[in-house]
Design a protein around this ligand. Structure first.
Ligand SMILES: [Zn+2]
Length: 305
């Protein structure tokens, strides 16, 4: 008997061992696949961001092909980066809203909505923007996206995505040859951490837009935002600060002038908001004898969408 026991396992021992192993598999395999799924997504996103970064460098050095064309191998300088652009889960890439979308992992920054592999639906609802349209505006063009895009200011004005608009203008030029378009005065856009309003219908060309996207945080090429005097005669795009909003309580009767005047004096870019309507002042700093909106040198703010 003793020899028999040493030569092998009893049925009971085999059953116990198999049971333990099956329990271990049940517990660890889903965790393992989930872990693999999320790390594959991270690698996929990192690869896409690297490609977009490379594309922005290409644009800033005068390149004119679209992101889609770069993705299609039409930019020789980017073929090396394109070779590295792979999805570990076998997803395929397409361009949407100026960014690269993976068929498995969705847009960059999405929270699991594209999860169709080993972790379907996983991670949804976690993260800073659960269920939001993350990816469509948060990182278009790579690195210059703004968290202000899609937010609502002054109760009904939705902030548009300046970078996406510029990308679209570049794309339109390459697709159909139409170079630029008239921007609508009063539309509010976000660029980086700042808000801007379109002035008096400037004409934005693809070359301006391309330079603008790569201008490392400023949009002087389109705007003159740091030069109010130039802006006053060539209203294009103005940076606005919604934290210094004024109302008609600043439009006071002035006995000395025997009329109504602004006190304190108006500043270029100040926002007047009252009764559901908001306006930005396009005149010079220290103006006191300006009409009450909508008359005078004001432009009404509207959604940049
Ligand atoms: Zn992917």
């Amino acid at each position: 008997m003793k020899n028999n026991r040493n030569k092998g396992f009893t049925i009971l021992e085999v059953i116990v061992a198999l049971s333990v192993m099956s329990v271990l598999l049940v517990v660890t395999v889903p965790q393992l696949t989930q872990y693999i799924g999320s790390s594959e997504k991270s690698v996929c996103e990192a690869n896409r961001l690297e490609f977009i970064r490379s594309y922005n460098i290409y644009l800033s050095s005068g390149g004119e092909k679209t992101l889609a064309q770069a993705l299609n191998g039409e930019v020789s300088d980017m073929l090396g980066t394109l070779h590295d652009l792979k999805c570990p889960s076998g997803g395929t890439f397409s361009v949407s809203n100026g960014s690269i979308v993976c068929s498995v992992h969705g847009p960059i920054g999405s929270t699991g909505s594209g999860g169709t592999g080993s972790n379907p639906g996983g991670e949804s609802g976690t993260g800073s923007n659960p269920g939001g349209e993350s990816g469509t505006g948060s990182n278009p063009g790579g690195g210059t996206g703004s968290s202000l895009v899609g937010t609502t200011i002054f109760s009904d004005i939705v902030v548009g995505d300046w970078t996406a608009l510029c990308n679209q203008i570049i794309k339109d030029k390459l697709d159909s040859g139409i170079d630029g378009r008239v921007l609508t005065g009063g539309k509010v856009y976000a660029y980086g951490n700042s808000l801007y309003v379109i002035g008096n219908n400037p004409y934005l060309k693809a070359a301006d837009a391309a330079g603008d996207i790569n201008a490392a945080g400023d949009i002087n090429k389109v705007g003159y935002i740091n030069n109010p005097d130039a802006f006053a005669t060539n209203n294009k795009m103005l940076k606005i600060d919604i934290t210094t909003t004024i109302s008609s309580s600043s439009y006071v009767w002035d006995q000395w002038h025997s009329g109504r005047y602004w006190s304190p004096a108006l500043k270029h870019g100040v926002v007047f908001s009252e009764g559901g309507s908001s306006y930005v002042f396009l005149g010079s700093d220290n103006t006191v004898n300006e009409s009450l909106p909508p008359n005078g040198n004001w432009i009404k703010l509207i959604s940049g969408t």
